[in-house]
Design a protein around this ligand. Sequence first.
Ligand code: GDP
Length: 333
Amino acid sequence: MNGPQAALAPLDDADRKLVDGVLARQLRPLAKTITLIESQRAEHKVRAQAVLEALLPHTGGAMRVGISGVPGVGKSTFIEALGLYLIEQGLRVAVLAVDPSSSLTGGSILGDKTRMELLSQRTEAYIRPSPSAGSLGGVAEKTRETLLVCEAAGFDVIIVETVGVGQSETAVANMTDIFCLLQLPNAGDDLQGIKKGIMELADLVVVNKADIDLAATTRAQAQLKTALHMLRPASPNWSPPVLTLSALKKEGVAEFWRTVCDYRATMEKSGEFEARRRHQAQAWMWDLIDAELRSRFRRHPQVRAALGGLTAAVERGETTPSAAAQRLLQHLN
Ligand code: GDP
């Protein structure tokens, strides 16, 4: 067979069962498939790709929601409240995480499913902690693939959580339809502390813990609105709103979800919803190509033989970085 389908690996019986189980919305095959995706073993990677390709026609149906904020802002409290609210609306919810700390140190900031105890007991919910092995790029990659598997398993909403540190926020914004930033009521006092780059990613900003100090919350809301106004919005059709809520008291959750649905409707009308997904899929492909090229380059025997000497020569100022780079890259020809 010719065309893009030609590279499809055949599914063996066990993997066909996994695919069927996921499509039948069974949790055990879902968990097994995600474990296969997270495996570092070469033969598992081949099988995982075959399973993913079989599932791909059944993906795309969920609303993909990214949620970020510094540790302690109330992400897990909010996601639990939101998840339970969505279940009440008759929806099924998956919660995934991209935690850079878990890949760097083996420890994790986002912790595990015990953080969302009520939600994790619901059969309409599936909570998966961040993969712990590999670079941030590797962790994000596996989370993207896990997101697709959850879509094939019929989840209506997929929440991807990350911490407000490092580059994981860009990774999550690049795999979701809407990126929401949680802030504390004192955020406005220290706008310098909010990284401009992160504000630029936000489609929606939420001031949490409004129950503690309403005046401070309202002040923070106004200051965040001003700060957002100074940025160029990503879409001409959407200015990121600033909402307030109390995750603990479950106040503002319905309004949050209404805003997410408004955003989706607006983006769908303008064609930006599908455009964002198409762009994300392309960028994802290029990320993978870049990562693979980099890894092949580093594994190349002649590059490996020359790398130490040339790096040292660049450090000592004996050769220029560009000359050294050219000499190393020549080995790939
Ligand atoms: P995460 O690290 O961002 O996941 O934050 P958590 O959800 O674990 O919340 C950190 C702490 O803030 C916990 O003690 C929560 O009970 C508390 N918290 C979360 N949301 C609220 C809220 O809306 N109001 C108040 N008063 N406390 C909250």
